[in-house]
Design a protein around this ligand. Structure first.
Ligand code: ZN
Length: 171
C-alpha cells in the first residue's frame, strides 16, 4: 500500500487496471483446477501428455515447481490445500470428490501423490489413496529425496528430479 501511495497516479491506475483484468481473466481449469485464462488449461489441452497419469498436488505453485523439472508429461489435479482438521480443513473443502470422479470417468492407470512431505501432506495422500485403491488404480508417492517437513515449492530442481523418477508405491 505504501508503494502505491508513493507512485504516480497514472502508474497506480495502470496497476489497478492490471489487477482488475487479472481477476476477470484468470480462473480455475474446469478439469484440473490449475490457474487458467481458458475453460481448460494449457496442460489439459496438451496432446503430447500422457493422460493416463494424474499427479495430485496441494497447490498451483507445486504444479509450477514440478513443471520446471521438464520431466512431468502427465496431467495434474490441484487439491486447493491439504486436509488439516486442526485448521478446520476437511476433505470436502478440497477438490477430492472431483478427483475421484475424474479417475472413474477417464482411463487412468496411475495417480502420483505429490502432496508435501509433511504430516498433513502425508495424511492427505493416505486418505486419497484409500479412496482410489478400491478403483483398481495404481497410486504412487514422490520418492523421499524430499526431506520430511519440506515444501515442494522450495525444493531444488535436482531434489525434485530424484523424487519424480524414484516415486514409490504408496502403501
Ligand atoms: Zn487443467
Amino acid at each position: 500500500a505504501l508503494h502505491i501511495l508513493k507512485t504516480e497516479k497514472q502508474q497506480a491506475l495502470a496497476l489497478a487496471d492490471a489487477i482488475t483484468k487479472l481477476k476477470s481473466t484468470v480462473r480455475q481449469c474446469r478439469q484440473c483446477h490449475n490457474l487458467s485464462e481458458t475453460d481448460l488449461c494449457s496442460i489439459c489441452t496438451d496432446t503430447r501428455r500422457d493422460k493416463s497419469i494424474i499427479c495430485v498436488v496441494e497447490q498451483f505453485k507445486d504444479l509450477i515447481a514440478l513443471e520446471k523439472t521438464g520431466l512431468c508429461k502427465w496431467l495434474y489435479h490441484v487439491l486447493g490445500g491439504r486436509i488439516a482438521p486442526l485448521e478446520g480443513i476437511e476433505p470436502q473443502d478440497l477438490t477430492i470428490d472431483h478427483l475421484i470422479s475424474r479417475i472413474r470417468s477417464e482411463k487412468v492407470s496411475e495417480v502420483v501423490m505429490a502432496t508435501n512431505p509433511t504430516v498433513e501432506g502425508d495424511g492427505t495422500a493416505l486418505y486419497i489413496s484409500s479412496l482410489i485403491k478400491p478403483l483398481g488404480v495404481k497410486v504412487t508417492r514422490l520418492a523421499r529425496g524430499l526431506p520430511g517437513g519440506s515444501q515442494i515449492e522450495f525444493a531444488s530442481g535436482a531434489i525434485l528430479t530424484d523424487a519424480i523418477l524414484g516415486r514409490n508405491p504408496l502403501e
